[in-house]
Design a protein around this ligand. Structure first.
Ligand code: HEM
Length: 433
């Protein structure tokens, strides 16, 4: 058991939260984001199309008038989507040819210059620094303290009720609590912080709100950093960044803030969806759920298979720095390329048994998946995300015996989404003592 890391949050409690975006009590940013992402309403199942493309057009030139918003189409660039596992793997691994600079024209306008869009030496330096924050001791602290505390607190709120929607009452809420605790922010800021984090990534649906929110959040972080420069928090991530040095110089605010801006949506939104998918897979496959309950060592396999089966993010955006060729199709330098992670994860030429790639099967022979991408920009939070999912499932099994879909509402729950994937809702019941 890791010793809890003490963090002094007191000095941050005086920060006055900017409530200018919270005027309308009926506006629910989480619902608005789900609606804008197509995750409400009829079920979206992109997999039949992915299978067809992987077979027939594995490197697909998107017609100029059909380019989806998430590809950040700009000017007269060509746009491609790549579907086969071997090709998507090359895109993720080779960050020199498939660069991340295009993020500066999209999400970077809202986050600032974050590691997501950095390249080469600048990226290596900043990434190394941030990796420190995710080192083993801190991960153990998260695993033993922050994650169970967050998950248990959410479950406390509904455990006696005997029924719940685990998507809105558990999986949506606990990952942001973990990130917020890692940053050492006061607990009373968490709801405010969560709303801003979602607004900042609502670029395509509400650009104006995303921009306002990014200004509000930046100003909040400026205040936190100013306080941390005077009063160390002890073991929190922001103090670590404030005290860190690159080339013997302390980081400036404009170097720290983009990382913090990225972390909330990168860590909270993805893990929310991935944990929902894991629970959905368990509930929809009661035999495998029973096996996991009997042998908890199977949990890590269930986590890995759910990450393969339906990743929270379906694609990885990149821009080519030179001419390349995949499957006989030439892609010119300067094109936008989307490596379809979700398609790669169900490629029957890679996963076995080939005929069952659409099924969730935790006993499938283990092979790597591309859910966290790969290469230089491979997800920095992947160990944390896995720890969060494993812990959440363990606690759910302990505290909600006999967990099953609510038979009255079973048909209302399904996996959905084109860019962001997750169950739309998780209506469940369990046995009360
Ligand atoms: C299941 C949950 C998660 C998924 C599916 C996921 C997925 C990804 C993917 C695909 C990338 C590559 C993006 C790109 O290169 O364009 C990425 C990068 C990143 N992720 Fe995650 N992520 C998850 C959880 C987390 C968590 C919990 C954190 C931290 C708290 C985190 C922090 C980051 C950061 C900082 C990067 C940027 C790394 C870099 O550019 O060098 N992620 N993630």
């Amino acid at each position: 058991m890791a010793t809890a890391i003490e963090i002094d949050v007191e000095p941050l409690r005086n920060i006055e939260l900017d409530m200018s975006l919270d005027g309308d009590p009926d506006f629910d940013i989480f619902e608005a984001f789900e609606i804008a992402s197509g995750n409400r309403g009829p079920k979206i199942d992109p997999y039949p199309e992915f299978h067809r493309r992987r077979e027939e057009q594995p490197v697909y030139r998107v017609p100029d008038d059909e380019v989806p918003a998430y590809m950040n189409a700009s000017g007269d660039r060509e746009n491609y989507i790549v579907y086969r596992q071997e090709d998507v793997c090359k895109i993720a691994q080779d960050s020199e040819t498939f660069s991340s600079v295009h993020h500066a024209e999209g999400i970077g306008l809202f986050f600032g210059h974050s590691i997501l869009e950095m390249m080469d030496e600048e990226h290596t330096l900043h990434r190394r620094l941030i990796q420190n924050a995710f080192k083993r001791r801190d991960l153990a602290h998260c695993k033993d303290n922050l994650i169970p505390e967050a998950v248990n607190e959410m479950i406390d709120a509904f455990a006696d009720r005997g029924h719940a929607n685990l998507a809105s009452e558990l999986t949506l809420l606990y990952p942001v609590r973990v990130i917020e605790a890692m940053m050492g922010l006061p607990i009373e800021h968490v709801e405010w912080f969560h709303r801003r984090a979602i607004e900042v990534i609502s670029i395509q649906s509400d650009t104006e709100r995303a921009l306002l929110s990014s200004q509000v959040l930046k100003s909040y972080f400026e205040q936190v950093i100013e306080i941390r420069r005077k009063h160390s928090g002890g073991g929190d991530l922001i103090t670590l960044l404030v005290e860190a040095e690159v080339n013997r110089k302390q980081l400036r605010n404009d170097e720290i803030i983009p990382f913090l801006m990225l972390l909330a949506p990168a860590g909270a939104e993805t893990t929310y969806r991935a944990t929902g998918t894991l629970l959905y897979a368990m509930l929809a496959n009661p035999d495998q759920f029973e096996a996991v309950k009997k042998d908890r060592s199977l949990i890590s396999k269930a986590v890995e298979e759910s990450l393969r089966w339906d990743p929270p993010l379906t694609g990885l955006g990149r821009r080519t720095t030179r001419d390349v060729e995949f499957q006989g199709v030439k892609i010119p330098a300067g094109s936008n390329v989307n490596g379809c992670l979700a398609s790669a994860n169900r490629d029957p030429d890679f996963y076995e048994p080939a005929g069952t790639v659409d099924e969730f099967d935790l006993f499938r022979p283990r092979k790597p998946n591309l859910t966290f991408a790969g290469g230089a920009h491979v997800c920095l939070g992947q160990l944390l995300a896995r720890a969060e999912m494993e812990t959440a499932l363990n606690i759910v099994i302990d505290r909600l015996p006999g967990l099953r879909f609510d038979p009255e509402h079973r048909d209302e729950s399904f996996m959905t989404g084109e860019v962001w994937r997750s169950p739309n809702k998780l209506p469940v019941v369990w046995d009360r003592a």
